[in-house]
Design a protein around this ligand. Sequence first.
Ligand code: D5M
Ligand code: FE
Ligand code: ZN
Length: 489
Amino acid sequence: MSQDIIKKFQEADILLNNNAYREIKSNEDYDYLINELIEYLEENEDDQYIITTKTIRNYQEHERNKIYESIIENPETKKIRENMDMSYEVLLNTTNKSYTDGNINDLNKYFNSRYEKLRSIIQQNPEFSKINDLKTTKTNIDNLHAIGIVNSISTTKNGHKIIEIEDPTGKNTVLVLKDNENVYNNTQTILKDEVIGVSGSSNGDLIRADEIVYPGIQRQKIIDKEMDFSIVFISDIHIGSKQFDEDSFNRFIKWINGNQGDESKQDIANSVKYLVIGGDLVDGIGIYPNQENELKIKDIYEQYEEAARLLGDITDIPIILSPGNHDATRLAEPQPAITEDYAKSLCKQKNIEMVSNPSLVNLDNILVEVYHGRSFDDIVMALNYTHADTDKIMRLLLEKRHLAPIYGERTSLASEFEDYMVIDQVPDVLHTGHVHINSHVKYKGIHLLNSGTFQKQTEFQKIYNITPTYGQVPVLNKGTLQILDFTDD
Ligand code: D5M
Ligand code: FE
Ligand code: ZN
């Protein structure tokens, strides 16, 4: 018998039989097990002084129960939730609205829809209530107003901006002089394929701009809607990845079930009515080169089974689940909801509502728009931003009233008959993910938030210098945003 094992037990006045000895010795981390067993005996079976394999079984059962009790919903929390009205309404779910087979007419229809929707928003501005068709702007006009999709943006050798715009009737070129500072500055964030309004004068060749306008949003009239409950936002959990931080995620599940954190954290848990998941629930397969080296679960079905096992512990609050670019659904946006083809158990879970990306839900009078955020990669490239500029990007998108303006770059957009990426209805909360970095800003009365991740830094992210903020969960707690940390007990 190995002397150090015997000695440890002797010091605690405990004997052990041969079978128990063998079992303990075969354990990889037997030092840890010995300490645990001694502690268990002292606390639970203090009249016992010989350890047998039966004692080890009792100890294991005891540990399992302990874990189970800390994961399943706290009875008090359950009681509180029984008295809550958790009704909600899905206002936009594009899942069954996809018709495109990708032909060129569909592309025309798609851009027409984008143009018409955004034109009518711009025309809410009285200055643009009457507009000139672009085909009529090739003559001398002193005071014209036009609305067009941006075909291209370039800078002349003297530093002036040239923007080609197009409407259903024709095209024209817009010149913005660099000395015209106000207008010029406003063109710094123009993106290809977005819809803008231009006022100015035409000399027959081109339009000289006096003003450029975006569709824009009004400041919300009710700045703080009444809200006596909480909504939890997470995304980018990446189940199946070696870097998925399961410890933090388990703490999170314990918390939402009323079993983790100090009193104030538990109070917040007891006020939670909804959980929104903004995509990248699993890590997927073959998403980027050499991803398989970073996968712990290399089968997509098993990744979703594991997700179902983890989320299955949340039983009494509705979960709104929208996909991301790592999930098993069409990559082109709008992405249809995840289906039971890949995620059978999740789809069976009664409190999970599978929705598209993007989607719009009404959670007890709080309108939440969920968008994973793939288009941020394109905007970062186009405007020379970084992935930490999410606040800025979300403000821009809101003013442009479009979630993914740039067509034909990394974000593949499906040319549907209707452009569902337009922000038709201004939400109370715009929830995004994808960048793996938390952010929150309140802009014109709207909460713009990014829910970070539960994945530690991957090799891919090292190359791009992206430092994730994992295990930090934003909660809209009765109208105020709080970030809860789950990286520590
Ligand atoms: O995205 C994880 C992170 O990696 C997020 O910060 C965006 C960034 N990312 C993802 N794809 C790209 C490309 N193609 N270029 C640059 N940066 C990217 P995830 O979707 O979880 O892999
Ligand atoms: Fe992600
Ligand atoms: Zn993503």
